[in-house]
Structures are given as C-alpha cells and as structure tokens.
Design a protein around this ligand. Structure first.
Ligand code: ADP
Length: 485
C-alpha cells in the first residue's frame, strides 16, 4: 500500500471530522484501488449516518464563529490553503494518478486548476457587496446585505478528485459557510489530503470536513438534515434528480453540475489544423471522462472526409498507458462498468453502420484501458450520439447546413458545453447565441478556468461555479427596510 509521497502526512485513510482524523463510528472501511493495475491502494473509513450527524453538529459550531470573521481574515486562510496545495503539487498529483488514473501531466494540471479556485475565492471573500436601493418613500431607507447560507454539503465525483472539491469549498468558506464533503468512493485519498492541507492552513476544526462513504447512504443523511442549508453536487443527471427530490422536504438550495452531451461543430470554413488540435483536447482529456468532453463531433460535408482522415491519423498516435508513464496520453477508465459502456457504444454504432477509422477495442495496457477510437458515419440515433460515452471514443456525424448543425446540436436533454469552429465572424455570433448550452467554446476546445462561470442549463443542472458569480451560490440576500422618521 506504500505510496511514494514526499509528505507522508498527506496519505490519510480516516475521515476528517471536527478537526481530527478518525475512523467511522462503526469501524467500516472500503478499499481504494489503482485503476491502472487493480492494486489495493488504501482502506478508507466508510462513514455512515451517525458520522454525518456528528459532522453536522461540528459544522454548526464552526460556522457560527467563522461567519463573524471578516472577509480579509477568511482570505488569509484560503490563500494559505492555496499555497500549501501548490507546494504539495507533486504529492497531490501522485494521489490523483494512483486512485484516478489520469496521466501525470493532467493530474498536475488539475492541481493547478484546483488551487486556482482557492486563490480566486480568497479574493472574492472581500467582495461580498450588498446594495443600497433608492426608496419609493422618502421616509425609508432600503438596503440589501448578503449573508452566508450556513452549513453546506458537497457530493463530488471521481473524474476531478481535487478540483471538484476546491470549486465548492473555496466559495463556501469565502462566503462564511461551513462545508461537509462527501468525495467519490473511487477517489477519497485526494479529498482527504486536501483536508489535511486545509488543517495546516488554519481552517478551523469543523469548518471543512471530509466524510468518505457510500453515496446513497450519505446522500440521504445529508439531504434529510434541515441543518444542511445547501447542497452542491457534481455527477450524473440521474443522481442529480434523486438529490433534488431528496432535498425537496427541506427546500435546500442546490447547485447541480450534471451530465453533458457536448456537440463540437466543425464548419467548412474552419481552420482545420486548429479544429483537429482542439477536438483532441476537448475529446480525449482524462480519456474522455469529463462532463464537458466533446461527445458528438458534427462535421460539415465539404470538410468531412479530410477532417476524418487527418483527425484519425493524430488520434491513432495517442499513447495508451498508466498515468505514471510520462508518455501516456490516455490512461485507464475508472471501472469495468465504464469500460463496458464504452465497448457497448462502439458495438452499437458499428452494428448500425458506423465505420472504425482507428481504435475500436480494448488496449493491451490493462483491463480498464480502451484504445482511442474514431468512428465515422455516425447518425444521431446511435447510442454513442445520444448518451454520454465518457470514454476515448470520437463519433463523427455529417451535416450540410448551419441550421441543420444547430438543430442536431440542440437535440438533446443536456445543455452543458458546446464547441464550434468557424472563421466567419457573423456565423460565430449566430451559432454561439443559438446553442442551448451554458458554455460555448468558439475555435477552442478548452474553456474552463476559475474566472469564468461553469455550469449548464436544461438537464445538465443549475447554478454556476467559479467566476464572480460562483460565490452567490453560498450567499443569501437579505433586504432591510428602515423607517427613519
Ligand atoms: P459518476 O457517474 O460520475 O460516478 P455519480 O453521480 O454516480 O457519477 O457519482 C457522483 C457522486 O455521487 C459520488 O460521490 C457518488 O458517491 C455519489 N452518489 C451516487 N449515488 C448517489 C445517491 N443516490 N445519492 C447521493 N449521492 C450519490
């Protein structure tokens, strides 16, 4: 189980509750495996409902004190947390590679991205401005202040084990809230390491807690509590719906970052080199396991054949291997279920007439590795075009007109990210406005950063993370009307 970390205090197998490391109250543990090798990495505390009860009590106490600190005081601690995360970049990247599988350079990139939210929201802690409203009656004064929502919970996925936590905990703490994190069963180690760094940074006991455990059990316990005033979830649309229903009795505030089915449109007038390079970035990051990964690549008639041939040539050269191998561009999938779904999507597409330009099979690197794959002649009815594949498979669909491309792109229940490539300025405006998505990339496949609002519409969820809007999710507006006579 030994992991090669410079700072061994970052390898934690207990839960982090009320400022201390402790096993689950019933002593339960759950194994964590390395998806590249299947090796056992850790036996992590499996928290249950009584642990949640304990954590909520600690969070209430911690938040009552933290909410009264100034923005500047919160900023200092969040900045220190950011600095410690950056100082621990190598160790945190090792934890991500080990439990999640992505290539090391991507894991290091994720840590920088994760840290950026702490620095951004450290500064935003100083800027939770209110408003003065000109009154309708000269005898009154109207103002709006913004106050922390209270104790919050986050349920996070395995594909970004660090960033999905800081993107929620950063704004929560900046706003004056407490945060209880339930990390993914697959990737608790990175979350626990972040908690240790928060402790070292001076985050008070109980303010940030990490409770690994089963999603269904802990999700129910967190939703049922009226003391949890807000839930922020990143994961599948299906689980988002369950959490929304479970939050109805207590009318919790919700942020839901759910699934996507991102279209990527290449028009005839696109810069083809740029489109190919960006499509690789948008499709194959994290072996295709991100909610903003291009899931359908729509290519216009006039450029389709050339794009397909040249794109497949580049994809065929992407190296498959464990994330610890410096040459690897495509790591393992997270689980056998994830791999089976990818296989099923390819099988279904081929059965319905799609052709394989490269890949199309498991890779010899190991049980959970799948070759980067390009499919041509894909139609909108195929599963690979209707469902989120979450794997290294690029389906190419053909379209003729701009109107057809927009109709195809919007023909999904999802609305997270979309991308398009064109050098025509007027078309760029038309298409960007017509796409029913929360985020649009024009001539780029990488759009996410801490200063821009991340989030979806339709069944991709609600709420925005990052940017100056992100802290709003953790603040309540209070209107105060004063009679001055
Ligand atoms: P993914 O497909 O990315 O694994 P999930 O939505 O299944 O997405 O999981 C994301 C997070 O949601 C994980 O932390 C998981 O434990 C949690 N989870 C899964 N099912 C439920 C549930 N019924 N209630 C609450 N959380 C859940």
């Amino acid at each position: 189980m030994a992991l090669n970390l410079a700072n061994t205090s970052l390898f934690r197998q207990d839960a982090f509750i009320d400022g201390t490391w402790r096993p689950a109250l019933d002593g339960a543990r759950r194994p964590v495996h390395n998806p590249a090798t299947g090796a056992l990495v850790a036996q992590v505390a499996e928290c249950g409902t009584p642990d949640v009860t304990h954590a909520i009590a600690a969070a209430i106490t911690a938040q009552a004190e933290w909410r009264n600190r100034t923005g500047a005081q919160r900023q200092v601690i969040l900045t220190r947390w950011h600095d410690l995360v950056m100082d621990s970049l190598d160790d945190l990247a090792t934890l991500i590679v080990t439990e999640q599988g992505k290539p090391r350079a991507e894991a290091a990139g994720e840590i920088r991205y994760a840290a950026s939210f702490l620095l951004w929201f450290a500064a935003e802690a100083m800027r939770a401005y209110g408003d003065i409203i000109p009154p309708t009656n000269p005898a009154t004064r109207l103002s709006v202040i913004r106050q922390p929502v209270g104790v919050c919970a986050a349920i996070t996925p395995w594909n970004f084990p660090a960033a999905m936590i800081t993107r929620k905990a950063g704004p929560a703490l900046a706003a004056g809230c407490a945060m209880i994190v339930k990390p993914s069963e697959e990737t608790p180690l990175t979350a626990l390491a972040l908690a240790e760094l928060a402790r070292q940074a001076g985050v008070p006991a109980g303010l940030l807690q990490v409770l690994p455990g089963d999603g269904v059990t802990l999700g129910k316990a967190l939703c049922a509590s009226p003391d949890i005033r807000k839930l922020s979830f990143t994961g599948s649309t299906q689980v988002g719906r369950i959490l929304m229903a479970q939050s109805a009795p207590t009318l919790k505030r919700l942020s839901l970052e759910l699934g996507g089915n991102a279209p990527l449109i290449v028009f005839d007038d696109a810069h083809i080199e740029q489109a190919i390079k960006s499509t690789i970035a948008a499709k194959f990051r994290n072996a295709g396991q991100t909610c903003v990964c291009a899931n359908r690549i729509l290519v216009q008639d006039g450029i389709y054949d050339e794009f397909a041939t040249r794109f497949a040539r580049v994809v065929a050269k992407l190296r498959v291997g464990p994330g610890s191998n410096p040459d690897a561009a495509i790591g393992p999938l997270i689980s056998t279920q994830a791999r089976d779904k990818v296989e099923e999507h390819v099988r279904d597409a081929v059965a319905h007439g799609a052709g394989i330009l490269c890949g199309g099979a498991r890779d010899a690197a190991g049980d959970l590795f799948y070759q980067p794959t390009v499919l041509q002649d894909v139609t909108p009815a195929m599963r690979v075009a209707r469902e989120e594949t979450f794997g290294p498979v690029a389906p190419l669909l053909r379209f003729h007109t701009e109107a057809e491309a927009i109709a195809m792109a919007n023909d999904t229940e999802y609305g997270l990210a979309a991308y398009f490539f064109t050098r025509d300025h007027a078309r760029a405006h038309r298409v960007a406005e017509a796409l029913e998505y929360g985020m649009v990339g024009h001539n780029t496949g990488l759009i996410s950063n801490e200063v821009a609002p991340f989030g979806g519409i339709k069944q991709s969820g609600m709420g925005r993370e990052g940017s100056r809007y992100g802290i709003d999710e953790y603040l309540n507006m209070k209107y105060i009307c004063t009679d001055i006579t």
